[in-house]
Write a protein that binds this ligand. Structure first.
Ligand code: ATP
Ligand code: MG
Length: 761
């Protein structure tokens, strides 16, 4: 049926067409940004359904965000109709939740397990570390959490971690990891990393389960393959199966770009893309070279930056959209000036009718940079939306309400239970909680079970007042629990929680204006729950009682899922570059191009991290379709202290004839930033007049400071060279020197005695 295939293949170039039609062996599509990888993946699914008689239930496609999954599904449905609905298109995490709910019993869990997000994880690790008597200064919960997460991403279980530990830190981590895993199991809960790790465990330990999924999914497709970690890689392998097994392996198609790998901190490794052909020996690789997204100037800039990275395979990427506008560069006095420039420019473009707000995005390196933009956008009445940052679901009152729901769905969920045990205050103090916890630990029963024992007066050391309070709480939860058993609507259960616990009443009685906002947020949550109840179940989906399904949905909401739809509500979108992966906008403002901001301070002096930052720059630039703005500020307040930042080294890597500088750095003799500091420029040897950093008022200046004591990794700011990071320290006393990477200004070796014009940050 040439006509239908023609329709699906028409607007593809020959290489893309080959990728869509390819059959019979694993396929890797590697290509630079905007070359149509995601388009190929979506089109391939439609083609499988329309031309190769594949049943939608045989397709599993994995995207990086839930939003991308929803879009992909919708696009396929547009092409082939409603039968697209029984495909599995989801993120790794959502896919694993689905598998684990079905197979929980096999792993000795019950299917109503809770999913712990990073905040819950940190709480539980804090509890564990306290029980193990670890010094919280030496072993911060956050650090322990990172180590444990890394182990899980590498599929290292607690026993192996214990056996492999070679130093004190590793031994401690293994110890915490062991107890943490036990507590998770006792709480019938999984953390984010477990979702993947335990699914792999499931498939590897139970061949019949693996076989079930292999029989079902004959096509596995993965987008953004460069950002998969070892656990996800193994999961894909297990799903696909091996040749020579009972069932022939599924057809695998992955697409990605090693230059866009930006999640190394979550264990992602480009090894998976680089060694695809070794992992799947009969694999076919297809390269795409034409970019359909950006003008040539934008592409040339992106290529110039990324080509500085060592050990990469060079790619050709071209566009026939013409040279386009020049990139606009702007050097601001400070971050407020930068935000004002962005706002004015947006105003100008929108007024001129060239674009509307929803076609514009503003990127920055870290979430905290959004505040300055928000302030000025609000002042100017420019509609915007920030993606990420402190999110709705991270607000205290929302988390409290959800903790009630989670406790009701899964009484073994100790973290949630202990969170709300005395919220609102009902007379169950820390001491009483500790007694119950100790009893639970000793008797090896859950915290919830121990609470019931407490009511029966079997928990020692508990005073009668606390016992009564606990009895009241258990009674309350039992009442609410009946609603759950009856499978009442989530929204009704939530309403009952807010009423019966007195949570809402307490906020209503409060004088604190913030509590008013809290009530609004809770009402918003009730609305979310109502909408959820009214949702239609997709065809082929398992009917799950609405409470667990609702909680699952809420736990898997990610930053990128709240990105406004294109041309929806006419707002400018603000987000980090990480969140922008895979997206495109006609107009992009990339802000904060300063060494120490972007590239991030952490990356100065660390080649691997610097390479990752450069990939991030590549991702940022290549989101732009027609207009790209790059800006930096001479002075930026970070951690409450203004510091003078040199230009990002990445700026210098872009051919300067591509950039139209609207404003450049004023000549160095001009007193550029003195006013920002609120102190006269005359007081301190002309440092300010050179526009460079100095200590905040009230702190001793460098002249009074003793000789600097530096260690490798310390961050410094130097009057002449700006921000830097210590990469080596040599000698002692009079001979002490430090080698410091000052980014754009190069790497310099400095004596550390006398009045060093440098401050440690
Ligand atoms: P990234 O690496 O950023 O994820 P990508 O390789 O996935 O990018 P897509 O998002 O699939 O690229 O495509 C980029 C843009 O180019 C999209 O707007 C897409 O619709 C368009 N495009 C891709 N291929 C073609 C084509 N053959 N003809 C016209 N437009 C195309
Ligand atoms: Mg893509």
């Amino acid at each position: 049926p040439v006509s239908r295939a023609g329709h699906l293949l028409d607007d593809l170039n020959p290489a893309q067409r080959r990728a869509v039609e390819h059959a019979g062996s694993p396929l890797l599509v590697v290509a630079g940004a905007g070359s149509g990888k995601t388009r190929v993946l979506t089109r391939r699914i439609a083609y499988l359904l329309a031309e190769r008689d594949v049943h939608p239930g045989q397709i599993m496609a994995i995207t990086f965000t839930n939003k991308a999954a929803a879009e992909m599904k919708e696009r396929v449905a547009d092409m082939v109709g409603a039968r697209a609905r029984s495909m599995w298109v989801s993120t790794f995490h959502s896919m694993c939740v689905r598998v684990m709910r079905r197979e929980a019993k096999t792993l000795g869990m019950s299917s109503n397990f809770s999913i712990y997000d990073s905040d819950d994880t940190r709480r539980l690790i804090t509890l564990v570390a306290r029980d193990l008597d670890l010094d919280p200064k030496k072993y911060a919960a956050r650090t322990l959490a990172v180590h444990i997460s890394n182990l899980k991403n590498e599929l290292v279980d607690p026993e192996t971690a214990t056996a492999q530990a070679t130093n004190d830190l590793e031994r401690r981590v293994a110890e915490v990891y062991t107890v943490y895993q036990r507590r998770l199991r006792e709480s019938n809960s999984l953390d984010f990393d477990d979702l993947i790790m335990r699914t792999v465990e499931l498939l590897q330990t139970f061949p019949d389960v693996a076989e079930h999924y292999r029989r079902r999914f004959r096509h596995v497709l993965v987008d953004e393959y460069q950002d998969t970690n070892h656990a996800q890689y193994t999961l894909v392998r297990e799903l696909v199966g091996k040749t020579g097994g009972e069932i022939p392996p599924a057809e695998l198609c992955v697409v990605g770009d090693a230059d866009q790998s930006i999640y190394a901190f979550r264990g992602a490794t480009i090894r998976n893309i680089v060694e695809f052909e070794r992992d799947y020996p009969d694999a076919t690789t297809i390269l795409l070279e034409q970019n359909y997204r950006s003008t040539q100037n934008i592409l040339t800039a992106a290529n110039a930056v990324i080509s500085r990275n060592p050990n990469r395979r060079d790619k050709t990427l071209w566009s026939d959209l013409g040279e386009g506008e020049k990139i606009v560069g702007y050097v601001a006095d400070n971050e407020h000036d930068e935000a004002a420039f962005v706002a004015n420019e947006i105003d100008r473009l929108v007024d001129g009718g060239e674009v509307n707000n929803s076609e514009i995005a503003v990127f920055y390196r870290t979430n905290n940079q959004s505040r300055v933009f928000e302030e000025i956008f609000i002042r100017l009445g420019l509609p915007y939306r920030v993606v990420g940052g402190v999110r709705f679901y991270e607000r205290r009152e929302v988390r409290d309400a959800l903790a009630y729901l989670r406790t009701l769905a899964n009484p073994e969920d100790t973290v949630s239970l202990r969170r709300i045990l005395n919220v609102p205050k009902r007379g169950i103090g820390d001491r009483a909680e500790a007694c119950v916890a100790a009893y639970a630990e000793r008797e090896r029963i859950s915290f919830a079970a121990a609470l019931r024992e407490a009511v029966e007066d079997r928990v020692p050391m508990l005073n009668p007042r606390s016992r009564n309070a606990i009895a009241g709480f258990v009674e309350l939860m039992d009442q609410l629990g009946e609603m759950v058993e009856r499978e009442d609507d989530v929204a009704d259960i939530l309403e009952a929680v807010l009423e019966k616990t007195g949570y809402r009443a307490e906020l209503e009685a409060s004088e604190d204006p913030q509590d008013h906002t809290r009530i609004e947020n809770l009402n918003e949550l009730v609305t979310v729950a109502r909408e959820f109840t009214e949702l239609e179940l997709p065809e082929g989906a398992d009917p799950v009682p609405s409470l667990p399904a609702f909680l699952e949905r809420v736990s898997l909401v990610a930053d990128a899922d709240s990105i406004p739809d294109a041309d929806s509500d006419g707002v400018v979108t603000l987000m980090t570059i990480h969140t922008a992966k895979g997206l495109e906008y006609p107009v992009v403002f990339c802000t904060g191009w300063e060494d120490g901001v972007f590239p991030h301070m952490r990356a100065l002096g660390d080649p691997a991290e610097l390479a990752e930052e450069r990939r991030l720059a590549y991702v940022g630039i290549t989101r732009a379709q027609r207009r790209l703005y790059l800006s930096r500020a001479l002075v930026r307040s970070a951690w409450g202290q203004p510091s003078a930042n040199p230009a990002s080294r990445f700026l210098g890597e872009i051919p300067q004839d591509l950039i139209d500088w609207r404003r450049v750095e004023p000549s160095r003799s001009a007193p550029t930033a003195a006013t920002t500091w609120g102190r006269s420029a005359s007081s301190s040897g002309g440092i300010a007049s050179r526009g460079l950093s100095r200590p905040a008022p009230g702190k001793p200046g460098w002249k009074d400071a003793p000789a600097l004591k530096l260690e490798v990794g310390d961050r410094v700011t130097h009057d002449k060279y700006g921000l830097g990071r210590v990469v080596a320290v040599d000698g002692a006393g009079l001979r002490a020197t430090a080698t410091i990477d000052f980014g754009g200004s190069g790497t310099v070796r400095l004596m550390l005695i006398g009045s060093v014009p440098m401050t440690k940050l």
